[in-house]
Design a protein around this ligand. Structure first.
Ligand code: C2E
Ligand code: MG
Ligand code: MG
Ligand code: MG
Length: 279
C-alpha cells in the first residue's frame, strides 16, 4: 500500500506535464531574446485583387526561427507574447520589418500594400496607435499602403476603447480589416459601429465552400451584408480554383489561400510573384 501512495505522489510530477511547463517557461524567456536578436522572420502571403486579377497586397505573417527548435508557428508564441506583455515589442518589430520590406519592394519597382496582424493588447494601447502613425510617416510610407488586421475578439473585449483607437487609425488613413470574421462573437450592432474598411471571412467558411451548402449561404450573405454596409470582403483559405472562381463571380473583392500561394519568405515570394499569372 505504501508503494501505491508513493506511486501516486510520483505521478503528480508527471514527466510530460513537467516537460511542457518547462518548455513553455523557456519559450517565455527566450521570446524576449528572439525579438532582440532577430530570430523572427516575416513570411508573405499574397492577397489577389479579384476585380483587377492582380496581386496588389500581401499579408505579413511572423515566424520564429528558433536556433534549436526550428520554425515555431505564430499560434504557439503569439498567445505567450500576449500573456507576458511582449505583444507591444513583437508588433513593433513586425511593423518595422514590414516597412523595410515595403521599401525593398519599391526599390525593385514592385508596388505592394502590406497587411499586418495586430492583437487585442495593441489595440488597448493608445501610445501604440500613435507610434504606428508616426513611424509610417517617419519612414515615408504612405498610410494607404498599410492594412491592419484585427480579430473580432480584440474588438469584443472592450468595444468602446476599440472604436476609439480604430477611429484614430482610420482617420489617419490606415486600412482596417476585421480578421477571422464569423468566428468571434461580435454582434451586428457592434459591427455597424466599427470604423473598418473590410471583412476577412474566416477560412473555416471558405476551405470547403463548394462542398458545403451552409458555407455557401453564410459566405453569400456575408458578402451581401458587407457590401450593403460599404465594406470590402477578403476571403481567406481558398484552396482550389473553383472556390476562387465562385468568389470572383460573386464580387468578393480579394482572395487569399494555399491555392494561390502559401506564406513564403521574401526571396521565395519574389520568385513566386515574378512567375505568377497575376503579376
Ligand atoms: P490569420 O491572420 O488569420 O492568418 C491566416 C492563417 O491561415 C495563416 O497561418 C496562413 O498561413 C493560414 N492560411 C492561409 N491560407 C490558407 C489556406 O488556404 N488553407 C489553410 N489551411 N490555411 C491557410 P499562420 O501564418 O500560421 O498564422 C496563424 C495566425 O497567427 C494568424 O491568423 C494570426 O492570427 C497570427 N499571426 C501571424 N502573424 C502575426 C503577427 O505578426 N502578429 C499577430 N498579432 N498575430 C499574428
Ligand atoms: Mg490575418
Ligand atoms: Mg484570418
Ligand atoms: Mg486566424
Amino acid at each position: 500500500q505504501h508503494a501505491k501512495i508513493n506511486k501516486r505522489d510520483y505521478q503528480i510530477y508527471d514527466a510530460n506535464i513537467d516537460k511542457n511547463s518547462i518548455e513553455r517557461f523557456q519559450l517565455i524567456n527566450e521570446l524576449k531574446e528572439a525579438i532582440e536578436q532577430n530570430q523572427l522572420v516575416l513570411y508573405y502571403q499574397p492577397k489577389l485583387n479579384l476585380v483587377q486579377q492582380k496581386i496588389t497586397h500581401v499579408e505579413a505573417l511572423v515566424r520564429w526561427i528558433h536556433p534549436k527548435r526550428g520554425i515555431i508557428p505564430p499560434d504557439t508564441f503569439i498567445p505567450i507574447a500576449e500573456k507576458t506583455m511582449q505583444m507591444d515589442a513583437l508588433t513593433r518589430w513586425v511593423i518595422s520589418e514590414a516597412i523595410t520590406q515595403y521599401h525593398r519592394w519599391q526599390a525593385k519597382g514592385v508596388n505592394m500594400c502590406i497587411a499586418v496582424n495586430i492583437s487585442a493588447e495593441n489595440l488597448k494601447d493608445e501610445q501604440f496607435c500613435h507610434w504606428v502613425i508616426d513611424t509610417l510617416a517617419h519612414h515615408s510610407v504612405p498610410v494607404s499602403a498599410f492594412t491592419l488586421e484585427i480579430t473580432e475578439d480584440a474588438v469584443v473585449s472592450d468595444p468602446k476603447l476599440a472604436v476609439k483607437q480604430l477611429t484614430l487609425l482610420r482617420n489617419n488613413g490606415l486600412t482596417l480589416s476585421i480578421d477571422d470574421y464569423g468566428t468571434g462573437y461580435s454582434s451586428l450592432a457592434q459591427l455597424k459601429q466599427l470604423p473598418v474598411d473590410e471583412l476577412k471571412i474566416d477560412k473555416s467558411f471558405v476551405q470547403k465552400l463548394l462542398h458545403t451548402e451552409t458555407d455557401q449561404i453564410i459566405v453569400q450573405s456575408t458578402l451581401q451584408l458587407a457590401h450593403n454596409l460599404g465594406l470590402k470582403v477578403v476571403a481567406e483559405g481558398i484552396e482550389d480554383k473553383e472556390t476562387l472562381q465562385w468568389l470572383t463571380e460573386r464580387h468578393c473583392e480579394m482572395g487569399q489561400g494555399f491555392y494561390l500561394s502559401r506564406p513564403l519568405p521574401e526571396l521565395q515570394f519574389n520568385d513566386w510573384l515574378s512567375q505568377s499569372e497575376f503579376n
